[in-house]
Design a protein around this ligand. Sequence first.
Ligand code: ADP
Ligand code: MG
Length: 258
Amino acid sequence: MNDVETTKPGGAQTVHAAGVSIKDLRKSYGSNEVLKGISLEVKPGEVVCLIGPSGSGKSTLLRCVNLLEQPNQGAIHVGGFEATDPDVDIDKMRRKVGMVFQQFNLFPHLDVLRNCTVAQTKVLKRSQAEADKIAQANLDRVGLGHLAKRFPDQLSGGQQQRVAIARALSMNPELMLFDEPTSALDPETVGDVLAVMRKLAREGMTMLVVTHEMAFAREVADRVVFMDGGVVVEEGVAERVIGAPQQPRTQEFLRRVL
Ligand code: ADP
Ligand code: MG
């Protein structure tokens, strides 16, 4: 086993112990190999931003981490679980992982609070009262405690995305995966979502974030990984990868997005 099972001492109320370790991951759709041997590590408490052009395999990589896609080859460890072990308890493993997508996928017929309690009661078998309490605390955490009784269509896109984050947090994940969480938002609501993510990062949450927000990546990421064509082209601290990229493909990508 690698070092991802370490637990932070001190009895903090939130312990984010899960890391991710990916070794030589390959994934094809038919004859189209979209991940061509990716190795990547996110240590417990670390924030890694994944950047790269559209079609480079970023979403596929994230989806492999919680087995929404089945890898063809390679090894993935998430917390104490080997995701690529055929005998892995997928449900148990997924409970460690929160995922936030570009589309928030809230239940339109449920109010904000219920959106944050359904999985708690169904999957974790928490009582409704306990789930309500946890959901309310996480809505407060993302600054939306006062909107618990609203319905999704009464919220801005940014508010809906913050609800989606609160919903994920209500499952007490040890790792959060974000796939372009601000790409579908009106520009004026992007900042609030990034602020919530920044706060989570400061609290020590382990995060793997696909984003086009280079200023965010530069400020928040411990490391930045640039992917293109299904391979990791360059990785390192944000200041170097975004500020002084070495590889021509990274330089060209950044010229286009900055
Ligand atoms: P990114 O998130 O970096 O834009 P994706 O991981 O979404 O890239 O896609 C990488 C490649 O895999 C693309 O060429 C895309 O068309 C292909 N792809 C993604 N999902 C599927 C799928 N379910 N079936 C077939 N091809 C797919
Ligand atoms: Mg994508």
